[in-house]
Design a protein around this ligand. Structure first.
Ligand SMILES: C[S@@+](CC[C@H](N)C(=O)[O-])C[C@H]1O[C@@H](n2cnc3c(N)ncnc32)[C@H](O)[C@@H]1O
Length: 367
């Protein structure tokens, strides 16, 4: 049986307890209700005379806070591997690509201090949350930029190391995106990434998919689609990085458990946020949905233990070096620094792409 989940208590009970919480100054239960139940956000805006944009902002911050708790904890056991691969030293200038809510960026800040560390993320609520968390975290060398790392016009050659923890798979056009990172690195600068290996190496997603499917086929994303598994194929990773301007590419398989939550209830809340879960539950009638959730609950209970609810997972830890010779800009044929300053004047990025192109997703696991 799945654990009791607050999101499945009767609506009137949830509303009562959310209003009680609000009376004592806690807004989160009401925001969770607004997130889960259509129409509540609009009603909230009306009742509390709040601008709909203000309610939307509060909701996005709630999502950002949840993302931070879940995504960072989920893959935390991989962090030492990525830090080792990045090989940071004091004074390094570091770029964190797809920095999310900034927890790992702060780690990078500590490892590279007094060097400047810049986190970039395309999702505004996560950027806001990262900035909020970093204030007072004692890492004054870290700044967060809102933008699409695939096209962002950083000064050419301005970083020693570019790091990305489970984010580089979401580039819509990987070769120009990685070429932009190569341009951003000084010649010989290092790239260090964590990306997921194939579904077969990732028990956690297979187990969730199969539990919710109950014998139905689990829908697959077409190979190469931007998403959690876009860089799951080792040959693709090598080919993309070579074409984008990287040498000395090393791709190593690493396996670590992912942590769904400290207990089954937390794990259940986490799984409910997965895109995969939403897709598997879509269109089911109430009894089939209940049965699917029961099977999921059983799987979570079976994986629970003293260290929390753990599942097997597998990733690639990737490193590479930005090619040493000066790369001409694709769009202008000029060397990068000149191309970058020209494109700033023209309002285009150094790769000639408009800044508005946004391929990123804020869903942590849009597998
Ligand atoms: C799975 S999360 C990982 C976040 C963070 N690195 C961590 O480990 O906690 C993927 C992140 O990549 C960001 N992202 C995806 N595409 C991006 C892009 N083109 N530029 C910048 N950020 C991007 C998403 O908004 C999201 O925050």
């Amino acid at each position: 049986m799945p654990p009791p989940s607050p999101s499945r208590a009767p609506l009137s009970d949830r509303l009562d307890s959310a209003l009680l919480a609000l009376a004592s100054g806690r807004r989160r239960p009401l925001l969770e209700l607004a997130r889960d139940v259509p129409g509540v956000a609009a009603e909230m805006a009306r009742q509390f005379a709040m601008a709909p944009a203000a309610v939307a902002y509060d909701l996005s911050m709630l999502h950002a806070a949840e993302f931070e708790q879940r995504t960072e904890a989920l893959t935390a056991r991989y962090d030492p591997l990525l830090l080792e691969r990045a090989g940071l030293g004091p004074g390094d200038a570091v770029l964190d690509v797809g920095c999310g809510a900034g927890g790992f960026t702060a780690e990078l800040g500590r490892a590279a201090a007094p060097g400047p560390v810049v986190g970039i993320d395309v999702a505004p609520p996560l950027v806001a949350r990262a900035r909020q968390r970093l204030r007072g975290a004692g890492v004054g060398n870290v700044t967060i930029v809102e933008g699409d790392a695939a096209v962002h016009d950083f000064e050419a050659g301005s970083f020693d190391v570019a790091v990305s923890r489970f984010a580089a798979m979401y580039f819509g056009h990987p070769v120009p995106a990685f070429a932009n990172l190569a341009r951003t690195l000084r010649p010989g600068g290092r790239l260090a990434l964590l990306v997921w290996r194939a579904l077969e190496a990732n028990e956690w997603l297979e187990a969730v998919g199969e539990a919710l499917a109950g014998g139905r086929p689990v829908p697959e994303r077409p190979a190469g689609d931007p998403g959690a598994f876009a860089l799951a194929d080792e040959a693709t990773v090598r080919a993309v990085l070579a074409e984008a301007g990287f040498d000395d590419v090393a791709v190593d398989a690493v396996d670590e458990p992912v942590v769904f939550g400290a207990d089954v209830e937390e794990a259940f809340a986490f799984v409910s946020t997965l895109d995969l879960s939403r897709r598997m539950l879509e269109g089911l009638d109430a009894p089939s949905r209940r049965a699917a959730l029961d099977r999921l609950g059983d799987v979570l209970v079976a994986h629970g233990g003293d260290e929390g609810v753990l599942f097997g997972s597998g990733a690639w830890v990737v490193s590479a070096a930005a090619r040493s010779e000066v790369q001409p800009s694709r769009s202008t044929g000029q060397p990068p620094a000149a191309a970058a300053s020209r494109s700033r004047r023209s309002g285009l990025t150094a790769t000639g792409w408009p800044q508005a192109a946004r391929s990123g997703r804020s869903d942590p696991l849009s597998a």
